[in-house]
Design a protein around this ligand. Structure first.
Ligand SMILES: *Cc1c(COP(=O)(O)O)cnc(C)c1O
Length: 470
């Protein structure tokens, strides 16, 4: 054998053949998951300090893959937020079902580009299957199209872009060719509780947030239907299935009825709440959703698919397709489903693989159990906290619990104390002018014991907070 240095390509082939790297990743992952319940939910100071290990200049030469992975594990793993464990209640961040993670591992080796049927027949097939299952699960009209995007933010953008295309098209204006300059006006109608992802989409699409016709909401954060201005065919009404703080659902049925009569477009932001439609007990919350024109939902929240799982749903397939139109001589549409036609992306990972795995694994009953279970544990938390003298500021209709102590200062200090404790992690927000502790039960892994431990953690955090020097 010629005595010369191994080329990069030879090295890469050797790594693939030997598989030490992948075995190492697997081992680290297993150690990580086994340690989840005994570690601090939020990384402690030394773990965060360890992140400084990543501050270095871009290396000059090629290194060792196992050393790269080792560095990532040694300094990366401890600095993660243990959100796949049972006591992470921040934002509305979902857990991750084992079958979804495993399907992702396998499909990561496939490294498919989901843009075109020609590029990945398997992705195209699984998108088609997921689309049809979701339409059935949510009870949407036949023909409703699904676009598989990174999250609800992108899905909302898709829904509102489709609305813009259709509303202007109905007036003889081609948004794609003529832009917004001189275009007929589009009205945006939503409540003052609308999610930041909606206002961002409104800004990105050039409507301008100042043009929003804001509608008042009630004490739970639900849009007040009687306060909605008279609608017409130039209006996009945006309602929520699940307020990001209180978990409250807008009166979807009533709003959709009014919008339908006026030929207005309705978009439902159902990022985490739309899954209530899959629970026999909670289905009443989403009544009327099939009357919406477009919807957005995340599989990485309530459904506990791994991250990167947003879904845009649109009953006006043509509007979505044309709003997101991209073409080129090399863009060869095959006979199957071409995923890029329903998202703003061209190249895209085959994210429907994990979604398919999760839906196939759970089935209707499993989804029902998962979603209903989150609600039940939210109720347990509410009762536990009330018994300890905390105030619960919202009706716990879904998975969100808003908690307050005797005073605003005490609430804020308690929040900080509990976050530092590492026992559980909850976020903060301001609700109806008052600082609150915001708890989201969003993981399959949260047990009743996790709830009880978290109640205790909040109670001792409040005791510590009360004892803090003034
Ligand atoms: C999380 C959330 C969004 C944004 O979704 P991403 O997946 O984070 O982009 C929008 N609306 C509501 C109600 C949400 O809870």
């Amino acid at each position: 054998m010629v005595n010369r240095a191994e080329t990069l390509q030879e090295k890469l082939f050797r790594e693939v053949e030997q598989k030490d790297l992948f075995r190492m990743a697997q081992q680290h992952a297993f150690e990580y998951v086994d340690a989840l319940s005994s570690r601090a939910v939020y990384p402690q100071a030394d773990a965060l300090d360890g992140l400084a290990a990543f501050d270095e200049a871009l290396p000059d030469g090629t290194g060792s893959a196992t050393e790269v992975l080792d560095l990532l594990n040694r300094h990366g793993s401890p600095a993660t937020v243990a959100q796949t464990g049972g006591r992470y209640f921040g934002f509305v961040n979902g857990g991750a079902l084992p079958v979804g993670l495993a399907a992702r591992w396998l499909s990561d080796f496939w490294d498919q580009n989901a843009a075109l049927d020609t590029m990945s027949p398997v992705s195209s097939k699984l998108e088609e299957v997921c689309e049809s299952w979701l339409v059935t699960l949510f009870g949407l009209p036949t023909g409703t199209v699904a676009g598989f995007v990174g999250g609800s933010s992108a899905a909302i953008l898709c829904g509102l872009a489709a609305a813009r295309y259709r509303i202007l098209g109905n007036r003889g204006w081609s948004i794609n060719e003529s832009g917004l300059d001189g275009a007929p006006r589009i009205r945006i109608v939503c409540s003052d509780q609308v999610h930041a992802a909606v206002t961002r989409a409104v800004a990105l699409l050039g409507f301008g947030t100042r043009s929003i016709e804001w509608v008042d909401s009630d004490a739970q954060g639900r849009i007040i239907p009687s306060a909605i201005p008279t609608l017409d065919e130039s209006a996009i009404v945006i309602v929520q299935a699940g307020n990001v703080c209180s978990g409250a659902f807008d009166g979807i049925d009533e709003v959709c009825e009014r919008a339908q009569k006026a030929k207005a477009w309705v978009h439902i932001d159902g990022a985490f709440g739309l899954w209530a439609a899959a629970s026999r007990q909670l289905r009443y919350l989403t009544r009327g959703l099939e009357k919406a024109t477009s919807l957005s939902v995340d599989a990485h929240k309530t459904l506990n698919a791994p991250y990167d799982a947003g879904i845009a749903l649109c009953t006006d397939r043509e509007a979505l397709k044309h709003a997101l139109l991209a073409s080129g001589s090399y863009v060869a549409y095959g006979n199957g489903r071409n995923g890029m036609q329903y998202t703003p992306d061209l190249s895209r990972r085959a994210r429907a693989v994990e979604l398919w795995a999760v839906l196939k694994y759970l089935g209707k009953d499993g989804i029902d159990q998962l979603v209903t279970g989150l609600h039940e544990r939210a109720i347990r938390l509410k009762r536990g906290l009330e018994a300890k003298g905390f105030r619960i500021l919202n009706d716990v209709v879904f998975n969100q619990v808003l908690v307050a102590c005797g005073s605003a200062t005490l609430t804020e200090r308690t929040l900080r104390q509990v976050q530092e404790s590492g026992e559980c992690w909850v976020g903060g927000a301001v609700w109806q002018g008052e600082p609150v502790i915001r708890v989201s039960i969003c993981s399959w892994a949260t047990t009743e014991d996790d709830i009880d431990r978290s109640v205790e953690a909040l109670a001792s955090a409040r005791m510590k907070a009360a004892g803090e020097a003034h």
